[in-house]
Each structure stands twice: as C-alpha cells, then as structure tokens.
Design a binder for this molecule. Structure first.
Ligand code: GCB
Length: 591
C-alpha cells in the first residue's frame, strides 16, 4: 500500500480540522442521512476521549459519529478520487452522503474509499464516519463488552493503556490517474561496495520504468519492467544513526507518455540474525532505547508532528538508537521520520493481551485457557492475520523497520499457543521473507515452559524483577533475572533482548533506600538490569519500559496513569533519563 503524497500526476488535500461530533445515543437514527444535530466539534486527528468534559463521552462504549462537508477539487475531472484514513480506532463505517463507501476493522492501519463516480469533481458531499471503540474476542487487540447492573455497557481489556478511540490520524483526499501505480515493493542486498535492489511494481496497463536517484539528485541506476533489479555501485548504505535514502522514481508509461508517477524512498541495508547476533549491514547491532506509546495530553493517541519531533530529540539526547512501536503500528509519519534520521524500529502489531493468565495475578493461571474456541480461537486468529497483512503492506519499504513483533505478551506458556502462532509466523515470513520475527514474552513464560520461541528469530523478553516481583529487593531480583535470561539463551541459542523493564516512578520523590516509586529506585532498578545484560554474551539490546508516562484505564495499580516513563507525560526528564544518557552515549566510559 503506497502512502499518500503529491507527484507530477497526483494531488492531495487534507481533511484534518474540526468535524461535527456526537455519541450514538444522541445522534438519532441513521445519522449519516442528514446533518448531525450536535453542538460538539472534535479535532481530527485526535482521540475524542479527553477533548470533552462530559464523562458519558469519555467512557462511551459503542459508536460515535464524526461528520463534515467535503468538496472534491474541481480540477480532478477524469481522475480517480480516493479518500484515505490513516486510522480509525477501532472500526469504521464511512458514508458519502447516504451511501456506505468503506468499512474497516482494526484501529491502527490505514484504509481507503474510492469515491470515483460517487461524487463528481467540484461537488460537495457530507462525509460521515461511524467510529466503533468496542473490543471483543474477535478484535485485535481483544477485549470484552459486558452489561452492568444499571444496564450500561462496560468495556474491559487485557492491556493497561487507555482505550483511546476516534480519528487519531490524518484524513486525506487524493487523486490518481485512472490507470495508476497501485503498489511498489523494494528489497535490498549488499554485494561488496554495491547495493542490489529488487523492485516490484503493481500497476494498471502500460510499461513501467524506474530510476534510482541519490540524495544529490543524480540518477544512479535505471531499469524497465514491472519487476526487476539493478545495482548501485559505491552505494551509500542506510545505517543506524546515519540514514541515507534513495528515491525510486516509478513511471507508468504508455506510448511515450507518463500515465502515472510515484516516488518511493528506500534505503539500502541488510538485516540478519546469525547465531546469537543481530546484524545490520553485516555488523552486530545492539538496541538501546524504549518501548513507547502514542500518547499525549488532550490528544490521546492523536498524531502530532510537534510531539514527533520532540520525542525523537529526547530519544537521541538519551543516546537511544531504536524503539519498539508498543503496542500497535504507529502513524506512518513516525516511520518516515525514523527512516530519515537513522532510528531503528521494531514494528509491533496491535496483538496485545492474548493472555488470560494475566487475570490470575501472580499465579499466571487465568479463569479459562487463553487459546480455545471459546476464548481466542479461529476468529481471533483471522483478525490477527488481517492485521499482519495490513501492517506488512503498509510498512514493508521502511529501512528503519528491522524486525516485526507479532504479539506482546501472549500466553506463550499455555497449550494451544503453538497452534495459534505457527500459521501466523508462516504467513508473516511469506509476506516478508527479509525481516526477522519476534514476540515479546510475558513473565509467566520462561525457558522451561515457553511453547513458541523456536519459531522466531530473536528472543524478546519483558521482565519486571524488582517491581512486580521482588519489589524493593534488587539483590534478589538480580539473581533471578540472570538465571531467567541465561535460561532462554541456553535453550534456544538465539539473540536475546529485553523489550520491557521498568519501575513506576513519581517525579520528585527521593529516598536514600531502595524505595519503589522514588527516582533513585528507578535508576537503581535500571542499573541492576544493565549489570545483568552486560554479563550475558547473547544479549543484543535493551528497551526500557517506557519512554514516557502514559494514560491507563482506572485501576488500583495506577495513579494517574502508568508512571514507568523515563520522561513524564509532558516530557520532563526523571533522574533515570540522565542515567540512561550516561550509559547509552558512553559518558559512563562503557563504550
Ligand atoms: C507489561 C506490558 C505493558 C505494561 C507494563 C506495565 O508487561 O507489556 O503494556 O504497561 O507491563 O507497566 O505493567
């Protein structure tokens, strides 16, 4: 799936701004058939939950309505007109005037409606979107809707971050010629000082020609045909911390005339897992960085370019070279930015919470088995498959993306996990044979009982010794952590990385003792983990949980959200940020 951009043959207009807004109980029947009768307006892009003061809106379970007028530019006569949503969380029905033009389930991937012939260029129409925030056993991520004694619906889910919903990413209208370039896939290899580039173009009738252009504007290779390969001599590799991007200019031609043109950026780099090493361009790579969230004050999960720039600045200030898109695919602009700035990304699906064991607290034994026809079965897996297809289709050309993480903390220790995951691993490898795969392992899964790790390439481990267990006892935590991690390395002989470790911390709280919640404890907790990582030869990376504090659902374990951030929710550093900076930039003499 191509991202939306202007080219010599394509135009784009933005539909971001203020849209009329109502929850379903106040919108009347068939609200798409008329102007929404509402005093409210919602910002797009943004989650709607924190925009209003009304608790009925914030806690609403079900459908909310967004609406605005749209005019198709009159110059688009004879062109295809496409409406593109960056994401609607979690499901959408889209109406142009009275007509249903698109439906999509999955809150973090884009989808489109082809409006050609539905609305004519120059004409105005009423665009209405029904946004459904419900999570069920058949959605990714999963959840449960129950009805309370007072008859109100309640949404529960198996992850801690708040269930923000709405139109959180940009909405755009774009044109293409009637015969158009549908998709482009670029993969790269390195041969000595040359780059080998394979490309495939899916397009309408016509001949395809491509040229690769370097950052100075020089054409470095040319090829013809919808599928082919070319060499770039003396190639500039895309490297972590030193991005270099080429343009692949693709043209669909007919009788010497360019019918459609599209420019796809790409980087030349290789990724490989060899033994217990993670190699980028044949060199061992050690991940430093964070698990993140798309989460800011007022906007919720709404994409925001100022926050994008600032978060990357803070990550680089810390010396982070990478991050994981916990726990869902992020806005496409985040990956474009990572491509341009040489930041490495582990791209994660929204499959968080496939684990009923977490409901059993520290016993890890849930009320029911996680994987069964009654709990998470074929329908859940079908949703997971669709999600993987859409993720790979969207992100396959990003050089920054070096690995897919296909689930966070599934019940990989339970029976049924292998049957559930084996087909998903197979599918992902078919969709993209070039990138390693991982999943982030929950604390209940260890080297002795995990049933799926051998299917994957990298062992990504989430652990909270010293926080949820051995709380306040870092010496005991250090011992068990080391045994645990060494167990994985020994049993599977694959690279091991820590994808989550962290301690909730109240900024401004200090203590001379090992006092959980204090800033010192967070730093000491991380230092304890780092001592262990540095003793394990198979270790290839550390991602602290979390980059910043983030909003959660209500609960007795959280005070105003999850406070494991190294930065506060408004991006002020806690002491641990300085400690990480010393370690990751080599100021502590480690490098
Ligand atoms: C986890 C989850 C993450 C939570 C974190 C925590 O294991 O993967 O989503 O936020 O623990 O802080 O409890």
């Amino acid at each position: 799936m191509l991202s939306v951009t202007t080219t010599s043959t394509r135009d784009v207009t933005s539909l971001d701004g203020l849209w009329r807004f109502a929850i379903d109980s106040r919108a009347g029947d068939e609200p798409w058939t008329a102007r929404l009768d509402t005093p409210l307006e919602a910002a797009v892009p943004a989650s709607y939950n924190d925009l209003f003061t009304d608790p009925e809106i914030r806690d609403h379970v079900g459908i909310t309505w967004y609406q605005r007028q749209v005019r198709i530019p009159r110059g688009w006569v004879g062109q295809r007109t496409v409406l593109r949503f960056g994401s609607v969380t979690h499901a959408a029905k889209v109406y142009a005037d009275d007509r249903l033009v698109a439906e999509h389930t999955g809150g973090y991937t884009p989808f489109e409606a082809d409006l050609t012939g539905v609305v004519e260029p120059g004409a105005e129409f009423r665009l209405t979107v029904a946004v459904d925030n419900r999570l069920t056993a058949e959605t990714i991520p999963p959840g449960t809707v129950s009805v309370g004694q007072d008859g109100r619906e309640k949404q529960s889910y198996l992850h801690d971050f708040y269930n923000y919903a709405g139109i959180a990413r940009s909405v755009r209208l774009y044109s293409t010629p009637p015969r158009f370039i549908e998709d482009i896939t670029v993969t790269t290899e390195v041969d000595g000082s040359a780059g080998l580039v394979d490309y495939r173009v899916d397009a309408g009738e016509g001949a395809v020609r491509v040229r690769a252009v370097d950052e100075s504007g020089a054409v470095v290779a040319e090829a013809e045909g919808a599928q082919g390969s070319f060499r770039i001599e003396d190639v500039e590799l895309w490297r972590p911390g030193a991005a270099y991007l080429y343009d692949l200019v693709v043209e669909l031609v007919d009788g010497g005339e360019v019918v459609d043109a599209y420019t796809q950026q790409f980087g030349v780099r290789t990724v490989e897992v060899r033994g217990a090493q993670f190699l980028i361009n044949g060199e061992p790579f050690y991940f430093t960085g964070f698990g993140k969230h798309e989460d800011t004050v007022v906007r919720g999960k709404g994409h925001d370019q100022a926050h994008l720039v600032h978060d990357f600045q803070l990550m680089q200030w810390c010396g982070a070279n990478s991050f994981r898109t916990a726990h869902y695919p992020y806005d496409e602009e985040v990956l474009d930015f990572a491509d341009r700035h040489g930041i490495v990304v582990i791209d994660e699906t929204a499959a968080v919470g496939l684990n009923l064991g977490v409901q059993g607290g520290l016993t890890g034994i849930g009320p029911q088995p996680t994987f069964s026809p009654e709990t998470f079965g074929d329908a859940t897996r079908a949703a997971h498959e669709q999600h993987l297809r859409e993720l790979v289709a969207r992100d396959k050309n990003h050089p920054s993306v070096v690995m897919w993480c296909i689930a966070n903390e599934p019940a990989s220790n339970e029976d049924g996990a292998r049957e559930y995951f084996e087909p998903l691993v197979k599918l992902t490898r078919e969709l993209d044979p070039t990138r390693p795969l991982t999943y982030a392992a929950v604390m209940f899964a260890h080297a002795g009982n995990d049933q799926i790790a051998d299917l994957f390439d990298v062992l990504a481990i989430n652990r909270y010794y010293g926080w949820y267990v051995f709380t306040g006892d870092l010496a005991a935590a250090e011992d068990v952590l080391e045994q645990d991690l060494r167990g994985w390395a020994q049993r599977f002989g694959k690279p091991v990385m820590m994808t989550e470790y962290g301690a909730d911390t109240q900024p401004g709280l200090h203590s001379v003792w090992d006092a959980p919640w204090s800033e010192e404890y967070q730093s000491d907790f991380l230092a304890m983990n780092h001592r262990v990582f540095d003793r394990i030869p198979e270790f290839v990376g550390e991602h602290v949980w979390n980059f910043a504090d983030f909003a959660t659902g209500p609960g007795i374990h959280r005070v105003d959200g999850n406070k494991k951030g190294v930065f506060t929710r408004d991006r002020k550093p806690k002491s641990a940020a300085f400690a990480l900076r010393r370690r990751w930039t080599g100021l502590d003499g480690r490098k």
